[in-house]
Design a protein around this ligand. Structure first.
Ligand code: PBG
Length: 327
């Protein structure tokens, strides 16, 4: 036997030398759910370890994360039902607590990187990402709302706009609206290949944002389709996106890899709520070795080709790294 691959696995020194992929804290984006009010830090049943924070508490949370070396965050608002309407008008209202919280975080932590969510669902009384008329999701009319939302977020100091709605043409529309308002330096991380996935369940519980009727299959992608992701990516590149996101991450590693091979833009991947919940549930039952399984999961997403990983595991990963608990 001339070839013995095991020789390159003989010691940790050798394994570490030949290791092809390394995960860095700089790759991770930590999702934060925010609510209006003060003194709130409400846990979320299906997302153990994750909370909905009011402004005062989220500032503390960001501080803790920054000390751990995490600098990037993606923010989602949990909006009271009474403030929701068909046109999602609260999304760009001056009263919107989400916009206020973005400004406060940027004021206190200018070196942080904040990613927004642009979609109507947290603000929509229909629970859809677009305007609903007679059971149909209107595309072009929705773009106007998304444009206003993006500009309002840019005004509040966001670094990266994250359209998660999957309407056609929204990247270009948002880019033009931002540029018209002199926000040419605000980037767009497009949820490019976003699938109609059951794995968003815990997230919708966190925001109480599930559709009131119907599903999201006329705008989010069919889980069976890979080549269609190329079409979405080509359009987003042409429309001015700065990042291409694949979501969910773990169930769509092939799509991450495909986009990485074909496009020059950085690839982001969203390790979604259901992927987090599965691992947490298995580890709570003692069915899996969490400390090994969790980093393995994040590494797989990076190995597939993503450099920005949106993950609820980010803070724990940073803690484990700090405490020397990572193998
Ligand atoms: C809203 C949005 C969703 C997620 C991120 N932005 C839910 C959805 O599209 O229904 C899901 C994130 C997760 O599950 O962690 N447009």
């Amino acid at each position: 036997m001339l070839e013995r691959p095991r020789r390159n696995r003989a010691s940790e020194a050798i394994r570490s030398m030949v290791r092809e992929t390394r995960l860095d804290l700089a790759n991770l984006i930590y999702p934060l759910f925010v609510v209006d009010g003060a003194g709130k830090e409400d846990s979320i049943g299906a997302l153990p370890g994750i909370s909905r924070f009011s402004e005062d508490k989220v500032l503390k949370e960001v501080e803790v994360c920054m000390k751990l070396g995490l600098r990037s965050f993606v923010l989602f608002p949990a909006v009271e039902e009474a403030l929701k309407d068909k046109e999602a008008t609260y999304s760009y209202s001056e009263e919107n607590f989400y916009l206020r919280i973005i400004s406060s975080i940027k004021r206190e932590f200018p070196e942080s990187c904040l990613v927004s969510d642009v979609a109507m669902d947290p603000y929509s009384s229909d629970g859809h990402d677009g305007l609903v008329e007679n059971g149909k999701i209107l595309n072009d009319e929705t773009l106007d709302v998304l444009g206003k939302m993006a500009v309002a977020q840019a005004q509040s100091g966001i670094d990266i706009i994250g359209p998660s709605d999957m309407m056609d043409g929204r990247v270009q529309h948002i880019r033009e609206e931002l540029d018209d308002e002199d926000f040419q330096d605000v980037a767009i991380m497009s949820y490019c290949a976003k699938y109609a996935s059951a794995y968003y369940g815990p997230f919708r519980e966190a925001l109480e944002s599930a559709p009131k009727s119907g599903d999201k299959k006329t705008y989010q992608m069919d889980p069976a389709n890979k080549w269609e992701a190329l079409r979405e990516a080509e359009l987003d590149v042409a429309e001015g996106a700065d990042f291409l996101m694949v979501k969910p991450a773990l169930l769509y590693l092939d799509v991450i890899h495909l986009l990485k091979e074909k496009f020059e833009l950085p690839i982001a991947a969203y390790n979604v709520s259901g992927e987090y919940a599965m691992l947490k549930a298995a580890s709570a039952n003692g069915w899996i070795d969490y400390d090994v399984a969790m980093p393995e999961m994040l590494l797989s997403i990076k190995r597939a080709g993503a450099t920005s990983i949106l993950t609820y595991f980010a803070k724990e990963y940073a803690q484990m790294l700090k405490e020397g608990r990572l193998a």
